[in-house]
Design a protein around this ligand. Sequence first.
Ligand code: ATR
Length: 273
Amino acid sequence: MKKLFGIIGNPIKHSLSPVLHNYWFKKYNINADYSLIEATNEDLPEIIKRLKDGTYSGLNVTLPFKQKIINFIDKAVNDAELTGSVNTLLLDNKKTIVGENTDVFGLQAAYLKEIDNSPNKKVLIIGAGGVSPSVILSFQKSGIRSISITNRTKEKCIFLKKKFKFLNIISWESLELEINNFDIIINATSLGLKNGEDFNFNFENTKEAVIYIDTIYNPLETKTFKYLKEVGKKVFNGLDMFIYQGQKSFYLWNKINPEIDDGLVDLLNSKLK
Ligand code: ATR
């Protein structure tokens, strides 16, 4: 029988997760289908019931449900427990609905191995929304000791500092002036998203050897990414992080560590043109 998987979110139309997982299902001859599940808060109990009764074999969770979903599952484990953010659901052999987080791994696997993350480096996280707890934990795990955060709405930084006490809060108003203090800058806001708003300054004030990471992959190159690339900085977009978080979800469900081959990368890139 065909196994069913899917991603719960709203809006969800633009998610590339079906492309990713259906590619791997085909590659590994698994009779399964991965679909988009547009949901409202009211739909969550019914969707979870369908995971419990075996209709679904595994689910991803994205905005705006990564935190909220914890109220509907049996337990959040590992990075999901540490961040309070769940992006992967599975049913264990005791019929317990387990929430995991594969975003932290996605970030680590995609970038942190490629950059010099010696403990004295200074990191700035821009944004305190849905993806930020995962970004913070991945830097913490990498051993970096100086982690700063800024957000338009300061209260969200204060809230995150309750969980991650080591965070240093920078005011949004001084962002443009302060960016020259950081070795690694990561954009965890939605600024730069296709057809959305963008930063109202460019990043010309950054350090010579700065590394810029964008969690955005649609477009593949945001305005800031393009600018920094053009002036010769080391830049990463969010596509690798997206692929690696999916790889870990796929492993958790199927116990196969799927290969990230050229065919997959080409396919994803073609969808983002
Ligand atoms: P949410 O936090 O509502 O779940 P998100 O997509 O996870 O949504 O996060 C969006 C992030 O982008 C937040 O950090 C948000 O800042 P606020 O907390 O102040 O809303 C940030 N963001 C979105 N639009 C922005 C804008 N025009 N200027 C600055 N920051 C913006």
